[in-house]
Design a protein around this ligand. Structure first.
Ligand SMILES: *Cc1c(COP(=O)(O)O)cnc(C)c1O
Length: 340
């Protein structure tokens, strides 16, 4: 922020050449560090929730299928239903948190003419993630259907199989380690071709309107300029995603192994195949939860609350890139010494 101030960045307007260059550089560093395919387009919006709305508006004419096992995926489904004139065509497919969605059942239940499948890559509410192998199988099973993935709590933390999906989005306050108020959406050429074919232009944030501006390194409205600047700086500074990915996976597996050894806290999800590497959901006895959180807070450790169905019996630990090794050690130390 001090560099931005020294460069006079705060005085640039959003149509200025200086800001256009900032957008261009941010996109460049982002695609480079996260290994995004060259032909995917990047759009800056305000939040992951806005991406839910853009996808419903601009890429679903009639029918889509939401596949979920937790609160964020369900919210997205409800949001799409509210936006559509025929909500009964916006179907939900739920699956158990301990396993991947079963492809044969999904195939059998998928309504004909489904245009898009909406998935939560990393379900922040219960600490599950969709394995890469499943996403490739899905891609192969439904080559004509657009796949949209909410990667809010995994993008910039783990390496994503970009080509297995058509739309990927995330807000920056999770794995990017940035202040809230900015999100990005990445779209494949197939997704853009579908948007063209549908031709939806009724909203300020219609995908085609975003694209027309983004191709000139601009935005439809005055965006979170400082957020975009900071994202560019952070993407320039961080290690390539392959390195961050292996560090986080290693730390997650050590974290799960550590918690499995405790007697009063256990991982919520038993199946390692579907456990998230970026959000560790941990289960404890209801009567201990408040005490754990309070004593952690006294030691300057902020534990995430449980969410949705798991509010009273779980807490969550963020395994985001900005969190350091000593901070993780502090947490383990606290757990070992916790008096029940
Ligand atoms: C945090 C989160 C959201 C909401 O993000 P906003 O920036 O508040 O819109 C959506 N989906 C998932 C999976 C999340 O973790």
């Amino acid at each position: 922020m001090q560099t931005a101030l020294a460069q006079g960045f705060f005085s640039f307007n959003h149509r200025s050449p200086e800001f256009g260059q900032c957008v261009q550089e941010t996109v460049h560093h982002l695609k480079n560090k996260l290994s995004v395919p060259g032909d995917y387009e990047v759009f800056f919006v305000s939040s992951a929730t806005e991406c839910w709305e853009i996808i419903a508006q601009s890429l679903v004419q009639y029918r889509c299928l939401h596949v979920f096992n937790g609160a964020f995926g369900e919210k997205w489904w409800k949001n799409t239903r509210q936006l559509k004139a025929a909500p009964e065509l916006i179907q939900g497919f739920t699956f158990a948190p301990e396993a991947c969605p079963e492809l044969p059942i999904l195939k059998a239940k998928m309504p004909p003419h489904t245009e898009l499948i909406a998935l939560t890559h990393n379900e922040t509410s219960n600490g599950t993630a969709l394995p890469e192998g499943f996403l490739w199988e899905l891609r192969q099973a439904f080559p004509e259907v657009l796949l949209a993935l909410d990667a809010t709590s995994s993008m910039a933390g783990v390496a994503l199989p970009w080509a297995a999906g058509d739309l990927w989005f995330a807000s920056v306050q999770k794995c990017f380690g940035l202040p809230a108020g900015l999100a990005l959406m990445l779209a494949s050429p197939r997704a853009m071709a579908r948007a063209e074919a549908i031709g939806e232009k009724r909203h300020y944030n219609s995908l085609l309107a975003l694209a027309a501006q983004a191709r000139a390194f601009q935005t439809t409205h005055t965006p979170n300029m400082l957020g975009i600047y900071l994202l560019g700086q952070v993407m320039q500074a961080v290690a390539p995603i392959a390195q961050i990915d292996s560090l986080l996976r290693q730390r997650a597996s050590e974290g799960y192994a550590f918690f499995e050894k405790q007697d009063f806290v256990q991982p919520l999800i038993q199946n390692p195949e579907v456990r998230s590497d970026t959000v560790l959901a941990l289960r404890t006895r209801e009567e201990l939860l408040a005490k754990i959180k309070e004593e952690a807070r006294n030691k300057n450790i902020i534990l995430g609350n449980g969410y949705g169905d798991w509010k009273n019996t779980t807490f969550r630990v963020a395994n985001f890139p900005a969190i350091t090794k000593p901070e993780f050690e502090l947490l383990q130390d606290f757990m070992v010494n916790f008096k029940k």
